[in-house]
Write a protein that binds this ligand. Structure first.
Ligand code: UD1
Ligand code: F6R
Length: 365
């Protein structure tokens, strides 16, 4: 079942042009998005006072990646909850809320308990899952299947990118009644079908990421700085590295750098900075300059052709990725980091598909 691949994680990373195609299949029309599972509920969602994403791990990160675009198109405040934290706090959930539960398996215990809690509080409960017939799919009022195909590797890869695309399509459907954002929506709808080819392009970095993994395999730690659309990319890249390569790694909001993390910077600690083109680009350029000034060991991810603009006069390794529309860029940017985590794991001699202490579906609290 692994075909030409050594591991399921590797197969699933390389499958993403296909899984993203199946996620979008039948859902894009001329200048509109049709999500069969949501269309009867869009009015209620548009009238809700708040949209709350609830999930764990990678599924939470996927929602975080798509949040800026949903806020932009819906004009509704969008908040984020890790399922266990919502339960620990017994945080307020209201009838006027739309609670969106994101779960690849649809069986994660904390996510399902948060669903029970939100149903009891009268919120509209929407599911986003890869598993038809799962508890999440059955117990939510409505939802969307991400249709990424079965994911076997414990580390979630193709489900992450499909979740981002589904939530982006959800934002397009919710915002469809607004004239003021029509050209923005059309631009993204026209860009979505080009995404699988761009993913194929970025997968060509495989050899380069293997090389980078070899140079990092002895390190104790790896930091990843992102912001804006790619704050989630930093968190998710670091999660992949820690869970499969068993290397300490932290994803951080670049805007928080001066509030603590900067103290860690020296000549030895490797730091990945995500600096692809979007509204935050110049802020990331200045972050890179400040890290250079402290002799940080930098690896910069930038858009193709931008190497000189992100690393003027400094020495850093560069990961050049194809540029896509800003809100879709997280789908591209996570892929080199998935490849890096994969190759780090193989180089360090750990089990890729069954990381120590982890289970694919966390059905206990
Ligand atoms: C559906 C069919 C698909 C078919 C298409 C044709 C299923 C599972 N999907 O896809 O095979 O090709 O119509 O028009 O039969 N739901 C939840 N919670 C969730 C996820 C989904 O309640 O977490 C509900 C949805 O609200 C919907 C149903 O499950 O009523 C199917 O969802 P989805 O597969 O996303 O719908 P379509 O894309 O329309
Ligand atoms: C990381 C990973 C986990 C899951 C988390 C939620 O690669 O797989 O962090 O994302 O356990 O699982 P689901 O999405 O099934 O609810």
């Amino acid at each position: 079942k692994k075909g030409n691949y050594d591991h399921f994680m590797q197969k699933e990373i390389h499958e993403q042009p296909h899984s993203l195609t199946t996620t979008m299949r039948g859902r894009l029309r001329d200048n509109s998005v049709v999500l069969g599972g949501l269309k009867d509920h869009l009015k209620t969602i548009r009238h809700s006072r708040r949209i709350i994403f609830i999930g764990c791990g990678t599924s939470y990160n996927a929602a975080l990646a798509a949040r800026p675009f949903l806020e932009e198109l819906s004009g509704i405040p969008v908040s984020m909850e890790l399922a266990s934290d919502l339960l620990d706090r017994q945080g307020p959930i209201y009838r006027e809320d739309t609670a969106v539960f994101v779960s690849q398996s649809g069986e994660t215990a904390d996510t399902l308990l948060a669903l029970e809690y939100s149903l009891a509080n009268g919120a509209l409960c929407v599911g986003i899952t890869n598993t038809v017939g799962s508890t999440l799919a059955r117990k939510t009022h409505c939802g969307v299947h991400i249709n990424a195909g079965c994911e076997i590797g414990v580390a979630s890869t193709k489900a992450y990118t499909s979740q981002i695309v589904v939530i982006t399509m959800m934002a397009l459907a919710i915002g469809a009644d607004k004239l003021s954002t029509q050209s923005r929506r059309e631009d993204i709808i026209n860009n979505l079908p080009t995404l699988p080819d761009k993913v194929s392009d970025v997968l060509k970095l495989d050899v380069q990421m293997k090389d980078l993994a070899r140079s990092l395999m002895q390190m104790q730690s790896l930091l990843v700085f992102g912001r804006g659309y790619n704050y989630a990319t930093a968190l998710e890249g670091a999660l992949k590295v820690k869970e499969v390569a068993l290397m300490h790694s932290e994803g951080m909001l670049a805007g928080e750098m001066k509030h603590g993390p900067l103290a860690l910077v020296d000549e030895t600690l490797p730091i990945i900075v995500i600096a692809t083109r979007d509204a935050c680009f110049s802020k990331q350029q200045s972050v890179i300059q400040q890290l250079h000034a402290r002799k940080g060991r930098l690896i910069v991810m930038c858009s193709v052709g931008d190497a000189a603009s992100v690393c003027a006069g400094g020495s850093c390794r560069i990961i050049e990725v194809p540029q896509v529309a800003d809100c879709l860029q997280p789908v591209i940017n996570i892929i080199p980091l998935q490849l890096l985590a994969y190759h780090l794991t193989v180089s360090r001699g750990y089990d890729v598909d069954q990381p120590r202490n982890l289970a694919k579906s966390v059905t206990t609290q």
